[in-house]
Structure formats: structure tokens, C-alpha cells
Design a protein around this ligand. Structure first.
Ligand SMILES: N[C@@H](CCC(=O)N[C@@H](CS)C(=O)NCC(=O)O)C(=O)O
Length: 229
């Protein structure tokens, strides 16, 4: 029997904190790429500078970064599009729905800075009531509307029907932020969070995050400024 070898490498940050890595990882796993996973512990070197090991390993100094059969792909949305070339079913089959899915995925990739800054991802903690400011609440309202519109059109429970797709992958870290920071959200938003959280790949990512060494904990994410005390 010939040895089955991985077809490349996926560089990601550690799973407790790295929200963009979660997007790329979900796309790669949903597409079934046979790649080795290289997890880089994120560090706080000050001034918002990237982790030296991330900078050394990746073209843009950011994770996720995918090498697959000669292709080099960085930026989570580009990773998602690459995965969709291999597994086209990760976008909706219908042209109009596919355009909608791409639009909301791009909106996530380009925006929601208020939410991302006020409610950083931390899969091991709960900060109920924290992180609420005008910018994060406005982002949350827009995200609820996006999810509501997509699920109303598709019937849910995921954004474009029964299958977890690339639009869901782009919003999965938002779901984790909602579970950690527990903003006030509508019942249908909560329903979507449950549908995402219970997907087997999300369960796997959470379990692997929980297994990371305690020495990887970062004070800036464990004691974030916006946490209610
Ligand atoms: N726009 C990029 C953002 C990637 C990004 O900001 N990644 C963070 C981790 S979540 C990173 O690599 N930070 C470097 C560091 O913290 O050292 C993408 O979509 O992939």
C-alpha cells in the first residue's frame, strides 16, 4: 500500500484565539484537503505586531496560510474561494444565492471591526455583558439582519440551508464571540448559533482549543479591557 501523504500545509494560530484561522480551517476541512496542520502559538509582542513565528512562516505575516499542491494562498476569503474550486458545493448551487453568500462573506471579511475589537475570540471564557459599545452593537444588529435574511430565504438552519458552507465558515467566529460575550440577541440568532456550535467541525475545533497548553494563554485575551467586572 503506498503511503498516503498530505498534499500541503495549513498554517493557523492557536485555536482558542485565532478567529481568522478558524475560517480558513473550516474551509479546508469542509473541502477535505489532505494537508498537515501547523499550529503556531500566538504571542503578544506588543504594539499589535505579529507573532515572529507567524511572520516567518507566512507571506503576509498573518494566519491562515495554505500551501496546497503548488498553490500558496493567504487571506481567509481567498482560502475559502480556493477550497470552493475543489469543492464547489461549499457555495450555494443557485446563482442568485451564490452571489448572496459571496456578498455576506465579503462583508464579514472586510468589516465588523467594532465587534471584532470589542469582543475578541476566546473559546475558553465567558464575559457576559462585556464588550458592548455603539460600534459593536451596531455590528451585531447588522449581523443579525444578515443571518435572518439568509436563513429566511433558505429555510435554515444554516445560512444557505441544511449544509454548513463557506458563508457559515466566515461567520463561525462571530458565533463564538456571541457565546463568549453573550450580547442580547434574538431567538432566531440564538438558533443559528446553536446550529453552528453543534456542527462536528466546530465541536472538534473547540475540543482542540481546550487541549492547548496553559502556557499559551495570553493576558490580553484572558483579561480583555471590555470584560464586565
Ligand atoms: N484578513 C486576514 C486577517 C488575518 C489575521 O489578522 N490573522 C491574525 C490571527 S486571527 C494573525 O495572523 N495575527 C498575527 C499575530 O497575532 O501574531 C485574513 O482574512 O486572513
Amino acid at each position: 500500500m503506498p503511503e498516503i501523504r498530505p498534499e500541503g500545509r495549513l498554517f493557523i494560530g492557536n485555536k482558542r484565539y485565532s478567529s481568522w484561522s478558524l475560517r480558513g480551517w473550516l474551509a479546508v476541512r469542509l473541502a477535505g484537503l489532505d494537508v498537515e496542520e501547523v499550529v503556531i502559538r500566538l504571542e503578544d509582542v506588543g504594539g499589535g505586531a505579529p507573532t515572529p513565528a507567524v511572520r516567518a512562516a507566512t507571506p503576509a505575516g498573518l494566519v491562515p496560510y495554505l500551501e496546497h499542491r503548488g498553490a500558496r494562498i493567504w487571506e481567509s476569503l481567498a482560502v475559502a474561494e480556493y477550497c470552493a474550486e475543489i469543492a464547489p458545493g461549499l457555495w450555494p448551487a443557485d446563482r442568485v444565492l451564490r452571489a448572496h453568500a459571496r456578498a455576506i462573506a465579503a462583508e464579514m471579511h472586510a468589516g465588523f471591526r467594532g465587534l471584532r475589537q470589542a469582543m475578541p475570540m476566546n473559546l475558553g471564557r465567558e464575559f457576559p455583558g462585556g464588550g458592548r459599545n455603539a460600534e459593536s452593537l451596531a455590528d451585531i444588529a447588522r449581523i443579525e439582519a444578515i443571518w435572518r435574511e439568509a436563513r429566511a430565504a433558505s429555510g435554515g438552519p444554516l445560512l444557505f440551508g441544511a449544509e454548513f458552507g463557506l458563508a457559515d465558515a466566515m461567520y463561525a467566529p462571530v458565533v463564538t464571540r456571541f457565546l463568549t460575550w453573550q450580547p442580547e440577541i434574538a431567538a432566531d440568532t440564538q438558533g443559528y448559533c446553536t446550529a453552528v456550535r453543534t456542527h462536528p467541525l466546530m465541536a472538534r475545533w473547540y475540543a482542540e482549543a481546550a487541549a492547548e497548553p496553559a502556557s499559551w494563554l495570553l493576558d490580553k485575551y484572558e483579561n480583555p479591557p471590555g470584560a464586565a467586572r
